[in-house]
Write a protein that binds this ligand. Structure first.
Ligand SMILES: [Zn+2]
Length: 187
C-alpha cells in the first residue's frame, strides 16, 4: 500500500489531486478518479447548474470575453466571492451578476471588450511621448489614475476625461520643453 501511495496516483480528470490508496483498493482496484470527479459526474453537475438557470465560470468567462484565470483573479476584489455548488465546488453565477460584472469590468478595468478606461500605452501613443514621461508625473502634475495591477509591468487605467487632460498637458509642457532644449543645444 505504501509502495502504491509512493507511486503518486493522481485523479484522471486532470485536477491533479492525489488518490490516496486504501486497504479496500487491494481487492477492488485503484480508482482512476476521485469521488465525483468522473467525467460523467462533472457533466451531470454542469447540466444541473445550467438547468437551474445558473452559469458556470466557464460560461461567464466566455460571455465577458475574459479568461477563466482572470475571472478567478478578480473574484473577491472586483466582485464578492460567488457561492460554490456541488461536490467539486463549482462557482455559480446568476445572469444578473454577469450583467453587473460586465459593467464593472468596463468602468473599472481594461479587461474584456470595449473597456472605458484608457491604458498607459495608449495614452503615451496619443500624447506622442514615452510611458515613463507620464508615469513619473502621476499624482503630481497629472491625475493619479488607477493602478490596475502590480509589478514592473503594472497596468494603469484612466477615464476618458483624465486621458484628455493628460494628453493636453503633455502636449503643452513636455513637447515645448523638448523643443526649447533642442533650440538651446544649437546655439
Ligand atoms: Zn479529479
Amino acid at each position: 500500500m505504501a509502495a502504491e501511495n509512493a507511486k503518486g496516483h493522481t485523479c484522471a480528470c486532470g485536477c491533479g489531486k492525489p488518490i490516496r490508496i486504501l486497504p479496500s483498493h487491494h481487492s477492488q482496484g485503484i480508482p482512476r478518479y476521485l469521488r465525483a470527479h468522473h467525467p460523467m459526474a462533472v457533466t451531470m453537475e454542469t447540466r444541473h447548474i445550467k438547468e437551474s438557470g445558473l452559469l458556470t465560470s466557464t460560461a461567464v468567462a466566455q460571455m465577458l470575453g475574459i479568461g477563466k484565470t482572470t475571472l478567478r483573479r478578480i473574484e473577491g476584489t472586483l466582485f464578492e466571492p460567488v457561492p460554490r455548488q456541488g461536490s467539486r465546488k463549482m462557482r455559480v453565477f446568476t445572469p444578473e451578476q454577469v450583467d453587473v460584472l460586465r459593467n464593472e469590468l468596463r468602468q473599472k478595468t481594461r479587461l474584456g471588450p470595449k473597456p472605458v478606461l484608457v491604458g498607459l500605452e495608449e495614452l503615451a501613443c496619443r500624447a506622442a511621448c514615452s510611458m515613463q514621461t507620464i508615469r513619473r508625473r502621476l499624482g503630481t502634475e497629472l491625475p493619479p489614475g488607477r493602478k490596475l495591477s502590480e509589478g514592473p509591468r503594472a497596468k494603469w487605467g484612466f477615464t476618458p476625461k483624465e486621458a484628455k487632460q493628460i494628453v493636453a498637458w503633455v502636449k503643452r509642457h513636455v513637447r515645448r520643453r523638448r523643443r526649447r532644449q533642442r533650440a538651446e543645444g544649437k546655439t
